[in-house]
Write a protein that binds this ligand. Structure first.
Ligand SMILES: NC(=O)c1ccc[n+]([C@@H]2O[C@H](COP(=O)([O-])OP(=O)(O)OC[C@H]3O[C@@H](n4cnc5c(N)ncnc54)[C@H](O)[C@@H]3O)[C@@H](O)[C@H]2O)c1
Length: 455
């Protein structure tokens, strides 16, 4: 299974002109070669990594399935605040794993090397800080922060403890995103002026609009309510708040923290930017009037110091099938990421520049044309220049979550940097949450992406 998920060969298709490529030959070879294959490393006994899961909900259990497919990784313990999920983890991974409602019991174990943290966002910082202080390496789900004050504390704890922390926007490890980065760096589309990215979801799929299913046995007996609340304002047991926490600011960060953050991680990885300097967002609760305090439609505009604008959209009231994607608009072409493929489209450069002379006096037109044809001799017209397109698709079954965990576990074993450390994670989440600040305050927000601070 691991081998299947880890396949790294691109399926390449494309229609190009007789000249053969959208890119000059010298950059083409390097830019369009498949990423270096990572040969499966032999795992020695002391390479073995014992993993624990903190927050065993939908994502935590999925992450753990994938993580456990990386050779040499074994799940040993799980912490969660709902008994039904602890039971299901034992059903899945066997009674040999230990389960608890209190993650501190896991952190006290000397046989746990690393933890996956997939709690609601308001627990991300504290659980990760506690884990690093207990000597554990951390895979922390996105968004890295719930509050801006979480960022510096996480960065500083990682530095002080020298623990590995990988933030869980898995697309940063995707072979598709790596290909897009290579292509853009090789000049495939020239200078970027605008990036559009979106994530739209059909309202007939409530779970995808954060309306998660509440189990019939949800009660103060099966749920450790006070532990779940943590730093959130005190309130009596509320099953919606527990299971559908993404709908409320007290626990989550809405669509900005849920989905914009992936689009920022992708943008920053592909362009090597540290983030925007200005942000403005608009939207509203257009459809899901179910008591949530976060918009279900959010549009954001961001100004980047590199000289481009990012336009983001999340729409949970999208009548067609769910889709997400990117279009990078460059001076010489377009690069699109959609599904598991990256496509570059370019119009070949015309042999002569265009002109507009029809409103000038006839003698001026004749004079202009005489000069023009001296400079650009007429060629036999061959119709519209044909568009060039090349497409790289990941192989069926490719899973970027596997590659993201692989990157994490390599860093754990070899004590080397990960692809998405705490600084990267703060720059992505910090930028994403600017949209919420702008939406709440109804104004443009200024951000310093180097210092990672709102002005
Ligand atoms: N990378 C991705 O593509 C992706 C996708 C979905 C979700 N996520 C992230 O994963 C995280 C979890 O999301 P989810 O959809 O699985 O939510 P979920 O509600 O299904 O699961 C969260 C779990 O955390 C548990 N929990 C709460 N407080 C805890 C505590 N103090 N100690 C231990 N467990 C605690 C809850 O009991 C619950 O089972 C979120 O941060 C979300 O943003 C990432």
């Amino acid at each position: 299974m691991g081998e299947k998920l880890n396949r790294r060969d691109f399926l390449k298709t494309g229609s190009v002109m007789a000249t053969g490529s959208l890119l000059p030959e010298e950059v083409r070879a390097s830019a369009w070669a498949a990423p270096e294959a990572q040969s499966a490393r032999a795992i020695s006994a002391n390479d073995h990594i014992q993993l624990a899961l903190i927050g065993a909900g939908t994502r935590g259990q999925y992450d753990t399935h994938v993580a456990a497919q990386v050779p040499g990784v074994k799940l040993v313990a799980v912490a969660d605040c709902y008994d039904g999920r602890l039971i299901h983890c034992r059903e899945t991974w066997g009674d040999s794993i230990s389960t608890t409602r209190d993650y501190r019991e896991i952190l006290a174990r000397s046989d746990v090397d690393a933890v996956v943290i997939a709690t609601p966002n308001h627990w991300h910082k504290q659980a990760a800080v506690d884990a690093m202080n207990a000597g554990k390496d951390v895979y922390l789900e996105k968004p890295m922060i719930h509050l801006y004050s979480d960022g510096p504390e996480l960065i500083e704890t990682a530095r002080k403890t020298q623990r590995v922390i990988q933030v869980g926007s898995q697309r940063v490890s995707s072979m598709i995103y790596k290909k897009a980065k290579q292509l853009i760096e090789a000049g495939a589309i020239g200078q970027i002026s605008v990036i559009n990215a979106w994530w739209d979801r059909n309202p007939n799929d409530p779970v995808m609009a954060f309306d998660s299913t509440i189990p019939p046995d949800a009660s103060p007996d099966t749920v450790d309510w006070l532990r779940f609340l943590g730093s959130a304002p005190p309130e009596p047991f509320n099953a919606e708040h527990f299971f559908q926490w993404q709908k409320w600011k007290a626990f989550g960060n809405g669509v900005a923290g849920g989905l914009f953050v992936h689009l920022f991680s992708g943008t920053h990885f592909i362009t090597s930017s540290h983030g925007p300097t200005k942000a403005v967002a608009m939207g509203g609760i257009r459809y899901w009037k179910d008591g949530r305090d976060q918009p279900d439609v959010l549009l954001g505009l961001f100004d980047y110091p590199e000289g481009f604008n990012l336009h983001l959209r999340v729409n949970f009231v999208y009548g067609a099938a769910e889709n997400e994607g990117f279009v990078f608009t460059g001076s010489e072409g377009m690069l699109e990421i959609s599904g598991d493929a990256v496509v570059v489209r370019r119009l070949p450069r015309p042999p002569a520049p265009s002109y507009g002379i029809s409103s000038f006096a006839n003698t001026t037109q004749e004079k202009f044309l005489a000069e023009y044809h001296k400079k650009y001799p007429a060629v036999h017209p061959s119709g519209e220049p044909s568009a060039e397109e090349e497409r790289y698709a990941a192989p069926p079954g490719y899973n970027d979550v596997y590659d993201h965990f692989n990157n994490f576990f390599d860093a754990v074993r070899l004590r080397r940097p990960v692809v998405e450390d705490a600084v990267f994670g703060f720059r992505a989440a910090g930028a994403a949450l600017l949209a919420n600040v702008s939406y709440d305050q109804g104004k443009i927000i200024q951000w310093d992406p180097e210092a990672m601070k709102i002005h």
